[in-house]
Design a protein around this ligand. Structure first.
Ligand SMILES: Nc1ncnc2c1ncn2[C@@H]1O[C@H](COP(=O)(O)OP(=O)(O)O)[C@@H](O)[C@H]1O
Ligand SMILES: [Mg+2]
Length: 347
């Protein structure tokens, strides 16, 4: 174990060294010049030298160290901590400084790591946005240019190319409005309009909306609620958005002839809502990043079904704005379950 280096210890050692050294010199002089000394005088003078050198050294060292420590505390942005430490007349000031600086260094390192991560995330995001916007712009441009160079009297041809251009512009619009939505959440500009409503009814509404898509993929939609009604307090429109995305994802990324099931679990103050499918599932490596903007687990498939890759980011923002949580579990070839909590209505 390391011995604590305190001011007093250092000064004691120095005082002792000076006293011994000066006594030795004194004795040497006496010896050389044949002077007589009395032992009491020798001891008394040694003690006086010790006390004076101890006090002087302690005083000077204290001033010196304090001036350095003040700068250190200023550097680590805690000038008040310096005052506290000096007021406390802490003899183990050096240890306190060591501890505070180490703490500061750890915090700084953490901050730097976080900033680097955010910077990386920002760079990726800017790259993603540009890439996602470029594709539909490029496509629409292509269709329009082809059209301009061709025979405009061919009405069917012209119409089909205009339709294709228009579909790409629709996609552009979808991406931009999703991005604006996320930005509104992130800057806290979203006002929730919370009311009590029946979630089962809302889910049935969403099922109805996606009936066509479900039939296309031969997916069965099912809601399991024993009591028939699940009353929650939330922003109904926003919850509809959450369910629309989770349910449409389960159909789009589920399997043909599969099923989407919504279940509820009573958790005292909250309900846990689960949206499950028995589709191909999501590889574990994608799970931690799934709620990130533009993140897609299966790029080729996601592009084919035409999502913006922003749905889950919006879902997470909405759930978290309600001060609730959302998570996902998935097993390859077995299926995926998204679970989120909602505040129960006491009525
Ligand atoms: N139920 C699911 N089963 C398998 N993969 C899913 C499921 N839900 C979402 N995913 C994956 O998560 C990605 C992100 O989903 P989302 O943010 O809604 O974007 P989008 O629907 O526009 O592709 C999807 O591209 C898909 O790869
Ligand atoms: Mg989606």
């Amino acid at each position: 174990m390391r011995r604590p280096t305190s001011l007093t210890n250092i000064s004691l050692l120095t005082g002792l060294a000076v006293a011994i050294f000066s006594t030795a010199i004194f004795l040497l002089i006496c010896f050389l010049f044949f002077l007589e000394v009395r032992i009491e005088n020798l001891i008394a003078s040694s003690i006086i030298v010790f006390i004076i050198s101890f006090s002087a050294f302690r005083f000077v060292l204290n001033r010196f160290i304090n001036s350095k420590i003040r700068i250190i505390y200023k550097t680590i942005g805690k000038p008040l901590k310096f005052q506290q430490e000096t007021n406390r007349k802490n003899d183990n000031m050096l240890q306190a400084v060591e501890r505070d600086v180490a703490e500061w260094a750890i915090n700084k390192n953490k901050q730097i790591r976080e900033l680097k991560k955010m910077e990386q995330y920002r760079k990726e995001f800017v790259g993603n946005v540009s890439h996602e916007l470029k594709t539909p712009i490029f496509n629409a441009q292509g269709y329009i240019e082809t059209l301009m160079d061709s025979d405009l009297d061919d009405k069917d041809f012209a119409k089909s190319y205009l339709q294709k251009a228009s579909a790409n512009i629709d996609r552009l619009e979808a991406i931009v409005s999703d991005l604006l939505e996320i930005s509104k959440f992130e800057t806290g500009r979203i006002q929730l309009d919370k009311t009590a409503f029946d979630l089962v009814k809302l889910i049935k509404k969403v099922f109805f909306q996606y009936q066509h898509l479900a039939e296309e993929h031969k997916v069965k939609l099912q809601v399991m609620a024993e009591e028939g009604e699940i009353f929650v307090i939330a922003d109904e429109k926003r919850m509809m958005q959450v369910l629309e995305n989770l349910i449409s994802n389960s159909i789009k990324y589920g399997k043909e002839d599969g099923a989407t099931i919504v279940r509820f679990y009573d958790m005292d103050e909250q309900y846990l809502v689960e949206v499950s499918d028995n589709g191909p599932g999501i590889d574990e490596e994608h799970i931690p990043r799934l709620f990130e903007r533009f993140y897609r687990a299966d790029r080729s498939r996601a592009r084919k079904v035409g999502g913006t890759g922003l749905g889950l980011a919006i879902v997470k923002n909405i759930v978290e704005a309600h001060e609730q949580t959302i998570s996902v579990t998935s097993k390859l070839d077995e299926g995926t379950t998204f679970s989120f909590t909602l505040q129960k209505s006491q009525e």
